[in-house]
Design a protein around this ligand. Sequence first.
Ligand code: GRF
Length: 192
Amino acid sequence: MRVVCLISGDGSNLQALIDWQIKGLLGDAEIVGVVSNKAQAFGLERAKRANIATTVLSHERYPDRCQFDRALISVIDNYEADLIVLAGFMRILTAQFVNHYANRLVNVHPSLLPKYKGLNTHRRAIEAGDSAAGATVHWVTEELDSGGIIRQAEVPIYAHDSEESLRQRVLEAEHSLYPAVIRDLSLGVVAC
Ligand code: GRF
């Protein structure tokens, strides 16, 4: 299963996927390309260190979202991707893009969906007085953070937690959740 990861920033989830791949733990999945909309994204360095092909496609070079997404489709399709993995890709995707990759596009979101779609998930969970937070891997559909849930990982929220301490705990959970889901998708353990 040829996997293309889309990133915009640090790429710690990408690193987790690369680490599993290097250890032979990613099933039949192989990361064949990493695409970033930001030239400065550190995740690009992580990919290069692992000898994975990279492409930078700056959204600033396109007049609108539709034209950017069209260019993005062409980059991804050149990698002959079977699965597109959003790993901190900070762009809202058009319906045209999402439909092109129906059932081939997954995301990790830092909350226990359907709670806290969108931004500031950790702050909202703390402010609500929740005792647990977590991460969700889900299919991507037209509506933001609303596609079918594939798997979730839960972590506790402690009384002394700050937004940052909770963010770290959730991110750590993502780092084993996401590769395990990609492995299982590649092995057909989770239906596509
Ligand atoms: C993570 O919090 C993930 O849940 C969200 O974007 C962030 C990506 O972090 N979708 P990283 O770039 O993988 O470190």
